[in-house]
Design a protein. Structure first.
Length: 689
């Protein structure tokens, strides 16, 4: 449009010009102007194409940097600043170049700055280097990451020094960490391989030695830690016995134990050898591993042990023959050997040299002797003192030892003490001989004259064992019975009958305790007959009976029944016996306060397992029990106060019941004057309806 307008003006101008020369001049000017306009159009199009190309290149580079997740920073030399173009590794978008060193690791700072200086000086056009960078910009403990920098110096035309340095930064922290972990793992496996107690070596698929650990080098007598002149040149498939058992092209697993002889390395040893081919995922053989273990010493020990076994077998046969002869002689002569071990707390009786026929604890030692009044037998309360010197004793022994007889036998016992290397007494050993036949004639002569004495002695022993505990309620029963007919009022007669009943009950409990104790001596345990019972209902009925035992008006009886119903398997008779003993003891020692009887469900840990059970208890505010005697309470015949009625058997029987029920029993007391709580826990489970 501009060209047409301009041409029109020229035409109008040409009309006013009359000369031909002027017309030609105007035509030349018009053509020159048109050429200038065309040139301007080409320049503008080239500029637009250059801008579009630069924009496309920038976008491509931006996308590449984004994909690579790289940071880009530029060091403006003139402004002495470092500005980030991409990423966030700098503490801010722009920092002073002097601050750059503050974020470098001290060990890497010098080398990184030297490289940058070489770029600044023009000695390098580009450089690739690594350093550690602190990204904890808020202060405190540094947080170092590994950075790899690819830096390029940017120049302008006509300048010999760069105007800026552009750096592409790559965070290699994770890569370095993986490399360090792999190096550490490789080092660890190499160490395991090198320090293995089994000789290990690796061969190529063609059978050439690749590596051997220290144990293998020692076994094969390598001439150095790196290699061996002989084994490095010998192919595995050419060495015996591998040349006979391994397929060179398809080797299989091989395990053998044999004598290995390699004259070139002075090897003459017994080896346990295993060959294991290693294949890749595609089934291609990549290695052959060989494991070897020197068993020469083990074989020598085995051969020696085999020889010893033969000799021991001969000795055992001789011993068996000797023991057979000895047993025959001992049986014929009525002899039996015995041994006491203080460490194991047992006395054992032997038939021959090794066959144990009877065994007792040292606490039961006295019980094997018939005459408990003998001075020697009384001294057995402390066996260590008795057996510390040679023994020569003649007396009667119960038939629990002389099992072939049904009555006590006269025996003659001899023994000598045993000491350890330090001179400490560890026990005694000896023999006893049945001399009952030798004494029989003498006993027959004395029997008639001593029958009365024997009867009196047995009566005395029996009466001594019963003690005054039995006489007390008997005297009360007899005395109150004599007074009863003389009383006139019903109230007095009722009170007297109550006293007689209480003493009868006391006498019955004493007799029952003695009977239970005797039964426990014979069987070693009490019998438990567990039946399905509603313990809550049983407990209510039991408490009604137990409450009647209280006589002190200043003592309150408390019942703790936490469940309306609790069905389980128990022995009612034994549980009643335990509660009765607990309450009886509480009544004896409690004169004010309360006596509380109760139970509850409780779980207990035993041998790492949790068990459900019942916790039965009797709590009182009585005299309490001193700490130093609490462990003795459940021993037989132990009494806190000799002037208070009782046989000392009740709590020991309760302990036997707890043991028979697989439970535990105990006492909680802070000491005298603080009351006490007797308790028993037995395992049992609630039976759901």
């Amino acid at each position: 449009m501009i060209i047409l307008t301009f041409t029109y003006l020229l035409l109008e101008l040409s009309i006013s010009i009359t000369s031909l020369g002027a017309l030609l001049l105007l035509l030349v000017v018009s053509l020159s102007f048109m050429a200038l306009m065309y040139q301007n159009f080409r320049v503008r199009r080239h500029v637009r194409q250059s801008i579009a190309s630069a924009t496309s290149t920038y976008e491509m580079m931006e996308k590449a940097l984004k994909i690579a997740d790289n940071d880009v920073v530029i060091y403006d030399i003139a402004g002495n600043t470092i500005r980030r173009l991409r990423g966030n590794l700098l503490p801010s978008s722009e920092i002073k170049a002097d601050e750059f060193r503050n974020y470098l690791h001290p060990d890497d700072a010098d080398q990184a700055l030297i490289t940058l200086q070489q770029l600044l000086d023009g000695k390098l056009q580009s450089a690739e280097f690594s350093y550690r960078w602190n990204v904890n910009y808020g202060g405190g403990e540094p947080c170092w990451i590994y950075i790899r920098s690819n830096s390029v110096a940017e120049y302008v035309a006509g300048s010999s020094t760069p105007v800026s340095i552009i750096s592409v930064l790559l965070d290699e922290t994770e890569l370095r960490t993986h490399q360090q972990e792999e190096e550490e793992l490789t080092k660890r496996y190499k160490q395991i391989f090198e320090d293995s107690i089994v000789g290990l070596s690796f061969y190529s698929p063609e059978g050439w030695l690749l590596a051997a650990n220290k144990m293998m080098r020692d076994i094969c007598h390598f001439d150095s830690d790196d290699s061996d002149a002989f084994f490095s040149k010998v192919n595995l498939f050419d060495i015996a016995p591998f040349n006979e058992v391994l397929d060179r092209y398809h080797p299989n697993e091989y395990l053998a134990c044999s004598l290995s002889i390699v004259p070139e390395r002075e090897m003459y040893i017994y080896l346990e050898i295993g060959v294991h081919p290693i294949y890749d995922d595609e089934g291609k053989l990549i290695y052959l591993s060989v494991a070897a273990r020197d068993i020469s010493e083990e074989r020598e020990l085995y051969m020696q042990a085999k020889k010893n076994d033969i000799e021991i077998q001969k000795v055992n046969e001789s011993i068996q023959l000797y023991e057979k002869e000895l047993r025959y002689m001992m049986d014929t002569c009525g002899l039996q050997a015995w041994r006491i071990s203080l460490e194991r707390n047992v006395i054992e009786f032997y038939n021959g040299l090794s066959t144990v026929t009877k065994q007792f604890t040292l606490q039961q030692l006295k019980g094997i002797f018939y005459n408990q009044d003998d001075e020697f037998v009384r001294d057995l309360d402390n066996p260590a003192i008795v057996i510390g010197k040679p023994i020569s004793y003649m007396g009667r022994m119960n038939f629990v030892v002389t099992h072939e007889h049904t009555e006590p036998q006269w025996v003659q016992i001899n023994s000598i003490p045993e000491f350890d290397e330090q001179g400490n007494l560890k026990g005694a050993f000896g023999i006893w001989r049945n001399i009952n036949q030798l004494m029989q004639k003498q006993e027959q002569l004395k029997r008639e004259t001593e029958r009365a004495n024997d009867s009196g002695r047995m009566k005395s022993i029996f009466l001594a064992n019963m003690t005054h505990e039995i006489r007390t309620p008997l005297n009360a029963i007899v005395g109150f019975s004599d007074v009863l007919p003389m009383l006139s009022t019903p109230e007095e007669r009722q009170e007297m009958i109550r006293l007689i009943t209480d003493n009868c009950d006391m006498l019955l409990r004493l007799v029952n305790d003695i009977q239970d104790a005797a039964s426990l001596d014979i069987s070693g345990s009490v019998d438990i007959m567990a039946l399905q019972t509603d313990f809550s209902k049983f407990f209510d009925e039991l408490c009604e009976q137990l409450q009647q035992r209280l006589r002190e008006p200043t003592v309150v009886f408390i019942k703790d029944n936490p469940y309306p119903t609790y069905v389980t398997m128990i022995d009612e008779v034994r549980i009643r016996q335990v509660y009765t003993n607990f309450v009886t003891n509480a009544v004896k020692y409690t004169h004010q306060g309360h006596i509380k009887v109760g139970y509850r469900k409780e779980w207990r840990e035993e041998n790492g397992e949790s068990h459900e059970g019942l916790y039965l208890y009797c709590e009182d505010t009585g005299d309490g029990v001193a700490k130093e005697v609490q462990d003795k309470l459940f021993e037989r015949f132990f009494k806190l106060n000799d002037y208070i009625q009782g046989t000392g058997l009740g709590l020991s029987i309760c302990k036997a019941i707890a043991t028979a029920c697989h439970g535990v029993i105990g006492i909680d007391s802070e000491g005298q004057g603080h009351g006490s709580t007797f308790w028993m826990w037995i395992p049992c489970c609630e039976i759901k309806a």
